[in-house]
Design a protein around this ligand. Structure first.
Ligand SMILES: *Cc1c(COP(=O)(O)O)cnc(C)c1O
Length: 364
């Protein structure tokens, strides 16, 4: 072996050596419907005002690690209950990693549990933190398999349970009564994270129920709302629990530009909420248009994307690729045979997507 290969074998953890970096496909020239981004930018007058704010940002100083102003705006504008605070992450991806790191490591190899198919960062962060990941398959209609969830929780006593509400890549909201049963069953041996990344499109939330469950964390992000580029996630929980996670957080994880842009966006939240309203209407339209096609099944969605089962997913994906429309082919995931996941976009981009699907059905 060469020096560098020996060096890697001697130093890097085996599971890291065996893994690959997170893959983001090159979308140059494509209509990008693969990553649940909001297709709209901020209105021009707001972008200009934001430019002035960013120009005045203090770049030569470290950001204030308390992030007090931004946190206060999040709490007051985004419905965090009185008496609860948030901690901020460089995207909710970082918060997932902070929680996994807080429960695992040292002599402890705990279990992190989540329904599958689910968000890939739950299992990835578990692996990187040195925890065992247990995935519990959803039922064929993408609902929770509550009995198996409860059995696996009793068996493994997971330190962390992730429930995405709505779930990615399926788009549906789990039954809140079943989620509550799970939170109660986990009890004081585990923390249940309700991941509301798609909250702006769901119009329902566990946030106001925080006082009911001391083992619940409610996590959200501004990414899907239209600010994926600034990387900001936040989570709320019982103050004592949040204080533990705050010890794991890198002190300056939210940079000054993100802080400034996020505060500005929260001052103009109605602009983003209006876009979310447009996207919800577009989702309903696109779902109806797809459901009218022969052999196509659209799963219920409370997010800004649709899970769609096609007669021949590979043929449709080939056609979409030829038409320069990027979606996510999830047909190889457990339980998702024949399925793709498509982000809801502008009426124009949705129409191009729909035309490509139609063409793929007739040529198939
Ligand atoms: C997109 C997504 C996130 C990640 O959000 P970031 O804040 O952009 O890191 C978290 N959870 C789920 C379920 C997601 O789909």
């Amino acid at each position: 072996m060469s020096f560098i290969d020996t060096l890697i074998a001697n130093t890097i953890r085996p599971e890291v050596q065996a893994d690959h970096a997170y893959v983001v496909p090159d979308a140059d020239g494509y209509i990008k419907l693969d990553a649940m981004e909001n297709p709209y930018s901020l209105p021009a007058h707001l972008r200009e005002e934001l430019g002035h704010r960013l120009a005045a940002a203090v770049l030569n100083r470290y950001p204030l690690p308390s992030n007090a102003t931004l946190k206060h705006k999040i709490c007051t504008r985004l419905g965090v209950p009185d008496g609860y605070d948030v901690i901020l992450g460089n995207g909710s991806d970082e918060l997932i990693s902070i929680m996994a790191t807080a429960v695992a490591g040292g002599a402890r190899r705990p279990v992190i549990l989540a329904p599958t198919p689910g968000f890939v960062m739950f299992s990835r962060s578990a692996m990187l933190a040195g925890a065992d990941f247990v995935g519990v398959p959803l039922r064929a209609d993408m609902t929770l398999d509550k009995a198996t969830m409860l059995a696996k929780i009793a068996e493994h006593k997971p330190a962390l349970v992730f429930l995405a509400y709505p779930n990615n890549p399926t788009g549906n909201l789990f039954d809140p009564a079943e989620m509550v049963e799970i939170i109660r069953a986990v009890g004081d041996t585990g923390i249940v994270v309700v991941d509301e990344a798609y909250g702006p499109f769901a119009r329902t939330s566990f946030m106001e129920r925080l006082p009911e469950f001391e083992n619940m964390v409610v996590m959200r992000t501004v990414s899907k709302l239209g600010l994926a580029g600034i990387r900001l996630g936040y989570m709320a929980a019982a103050p004592k629990l949040l204080a533990q996670f705050d010890k794991v957080r890198p002190p300056y994880n939210i940079n000054v530009l993100t802080q400034t842009a996020a505060e500005f966006a929260l001052d103009h939240l109605e602009a983003l909420n209006d876009q979310a309203t447009l996207l919800i209407a577009a989702r309903e339209q696109l779902a109806a248009d797809l459901a009218a096609l022969p052999g196509v099944t659209v799963f219920p969605s409370a997010a800004n994307f649709l899970l769609v089962r096609l007669p021949d997913a590979d043929a449709s994906c080939a056609r979409l690729d030829a038409d320069k429309v990027m979606i996510k082919n999830v047909s190889k995931m457990h339980g998702l045979g024949g399925c793709i996941r498509v982000t809801v976009s502008t009426p124009e981009e949705n129409a191009i997507f729909l035309d490509a699907i139609k063409a793929s059905l007739t040529s198939h």
